[in-house]
Design a binder for this molecule. Sequence first.
Ligand code: GLC
Length: 404
Amino acid sequence: MSLEDGARALLEANTRTGEKDGLTYRFSVPSVRSYPFQWFWDSCFHAVVWSRFDRERAADELRGLLAWQRDDGFIPHVVFWDRSQIRLGQVWHHLESRGRRPRTTEYVQPPVLAQAVERIGGDFARDVLPAVAAFYRYLARARDPDGDGLVSIVAQFESGLDYSPVYSDGARIPRRDPVSIYVHSRRPEVVNKLLGFDLARIFRYTDYHHEDVLFNAIYADGLRALARLAGDDAELAAWAAATADRVTAALVQRSWDEEAGLFFNLVGRNEKRLKHPTIISLLPLLLPDLPAGIADSLIAQLADERTFWTPWPVPSVPRGDRSFAADSHVWRIRLIWRGPCSMNTNWLLAHGLRRHGRDDLADEIAVRSRRLVERGGFNEFYDPLGGRPVGAADFGWATLAVDL
Ligand code: GLC
């Protein structure tokens, strides 16, 4: 079977349906065994791959998410279509308790929605434009309490890079063993839940929110896509373009660290810059309007064999870093995003490299990514040194390998 056919077969096999208000929706779960619900950014990536085979099916993937959009524009990061599968660990992501099973979480994920809608295009893109615009306007309005242009995530699970060491650094975890890292990652979630997920209160009473570089880079890129989608709506096009400019300028002004040559997350009200290099630091490469010197510096870091250019690029944490782990489990505890590479970040970085004229490196990532899949199947992660598959098997967004 060709890689392309394999990708389609996997997304097909992972397809599930769910009901809301008398309508049936279909979507692909990231992994039948490990992730049996609909996740926001996974579905956006699935839609990109589906759009190569079947535009209607790609559109369905996003319709399932948009069905849960709230009046203020918010779209949840997980939809628990099959509530019988909800596990204890998910209890902190949602509001309901005491035996009442929730339908969705109260969190968001990196806003790669407009990019996915643009890939699908056609009538679908026109029909969902108001909903897509409402989501980006929600982020601009509700997630930027200091008004500097950068939006904040209020839990590390909103970043999509769950256990990246950046978040344990931010939480000032006294001990670096996996159990402490795991337990402390839940603490902000417990507090958020006690605060009823009320953003005004979370921003007032807590100080662990991140102006996350990856989230903001994807947000700015999404706003550019939204501006292109806006068509005749000149006001929306102007707002989206101006907001994207502001986000990019704020990233450069506030998150860029000249000395390290990387972007870093800003934590809390005092915007403490967290100088821990991870893949998050490289994501502004997505932005075509990045000053050339900055893009060159990011590319030099990405291509450095001592850090990010491993035999199987691109690791989520550079090799040699004190928190680097080649597996997605440490002491048999699931601690993902602490080293292994993933197809979604490879896909994003390959796009970024092409935008900055480095097709050579993007092609190399594409070749090695496809080789990883040929050797180890469509997997959640891969060991960036040895190339073996780690994490969940038959994983949805790994199909992005066919779109690199
Ligand atoms: C993990 C990942 C997150 C992803 C989810 C479902 O939590 O960190 O990015 O969306 O799994 O695949």
